[in-house]
Design a protein around this ligand. Structure first.
Ligand code: PLP
Length: 372
């Protein structure tokens, strides 16, 4: 199989698997128990926390581990609303956010939140003037993702956060697809990340919180995670996340250069006739979302079962619904249907990517002839 679905998840790094191994097999203590073994596990969790904090690279805040980025985003949104000062009940977010943000915001509208969804331009970026127009002293939170999971475009989060702050609002950044790949903007107050997108294990995420911007708890119980989040932490998952974050930081330049080369190789191998969905410059180049007239993305996936790629997002794939992100760019239904997303990164070889792109291009040509 050729794996080209890096936005859905990434392969576990061998270094991460090795670091987790003792915590899966031998070291089973509860990190919240006072025994010597418990304290050892707790210390390992603390090391992992500082590795993740270091990789995030922001000052004046700290990380709490969660079960996923979805949980971190739910926590940030619901917990901030719960602590809202009187009169601040508006949330501004973007039409192309992940479902973890959009669906949570929608849920909050039944609980008194006034929600504004900003549109995006055909390149997938928001128009800052649209944001400026919407900001007022009733805005509590502006939630904008760093790197889009479907089309890879990078929003101007620093600028957006400054504008939010000028209006007295907080800024939440879903940095799941950006963490470990590009710098996290300094101005965000709340940042959600996930281990499995950076060659770490599934089932663990984190919320970075600026001091003073901590949301009210989402999960109640033992308060194991710094009295802010309840549930026994898994030392194995925390250690894996920490190791993955450390690796991403130490390999940042190498990984970045590799991805740049892969991007160019993929475009050359695909050949002419393809349109790239979303801006190509303000973009993470490990995401190549492309369309071509006459292509049926779903049929292409069925024809190329030994290549793992995706139709837009993993969530939209299989649902039969056209991707909300591609629709927000203004793509017609047939254009959205003719789009596929190729995601690659650290462990993708140039050769396998080129082979896959040649085969994708060949199937596209066949489909063109069938349609003609
Ligand atoms: N946000 C973005 C941009 C994502 O790509 C994803 C995962 O697909 C999530 C949030 C949710 O992350 P998790 O799988 O940790 O819940």
């Amino acid at each position: 199989m050729i794996y080209l679905d890096y936005q859905a998840t990434t392969p576990l790094a061998p270094e991460v698997a090795a670091a987790m191994q003792p915590w899966i097999e031998e070291k089973f203590a509860n990190p919240h128990s006072p025994s010597r073994w418990g304290r050892e596990a707790d210390a390992a969790v603390d090391v992992a926390r500082s590795q993740v904090e270091k990789a995030i690279g922001l000052r004046d805040g700290s990380v709490a581990f969660t079960g996923s980025a979805t949980e971190a985003l739910n926590w940030a949104l619901k917990g901030t609303v719960e602590k809202a000062p009187p009169g601040r009940n508006r949330i501004i977010t973007v039409a192309t956010e992940h479902a973890a943000v959009l669906d949570t915001c929608e849920w909050l509208t039944d609980r008194g939140v006034d929600l504004t969804l900003l549109p995006v331009k055909p390149d997938g970026l928001i128009d800052l003037e649209d944001l400026e127009r919407e900001l007022d002293d009733r805005v509590l939170l502006v939630a904008v993702m760093l790197v889009n999971n479907e089309i890879g475009v990078i929003q101007t989060v620093t600028e957006i956060a400054r504008m939010a702050h000028d209006a007295g609002a907080l800024m939440l950044c879903d940095a799941v697809q950006g963490f470990g790949r590009i710098e996290i903007p300094e101005e965000a107050d709340l940042v959600a990340i996930s281990a499995h997108k950076i060659h770490g294990p599934k089932g663990i995420g984190a919320l970075w919180m600026r001091d003073g911007a901590e949301p009210a708890p989402l999960l109640h119980g033992g308060g194991q995670e710094r009295q802010m989040r309840s549930g026994t932490l898994s030392p194995a998952l925390c250690v894996g996340f920490g190791e993955a974050a450390k690796l991403a930081q130490s390999r940042a330049t190498r990984d970045y250069d590799h991805v740049q080369k892969l991007w160019t190789a993929a475009l050359n191998a695909l050949g002419p006739g393809w349109v790239i969905n979303g801006d190509t410059r303000h973009r993470y180049h490990g995401n190549l979302n492309i369309r071509r007239e006459g292509v049926d993305g779903a049929r292409m996936m069925a024809d190329l079962r030994d290549i793992a790629f995706s139709l837009g997002s993993a969530c939209a794939s299989g649902s039969g619904r056209p991707s909300h992100v591609l629709r927000a760019l203004g793509l017609s239904y047939p254009e959205a249907r003719s789009s596929v997303r190729l995601g690659f990164g650290r462990y993708t070889t140039r050769q396998e990517l080129v082979d896959a792109c040649h085969r994708i291009a060949a199937v596209a040509k066949q489909q063109e002839h069938l349609d003609a």
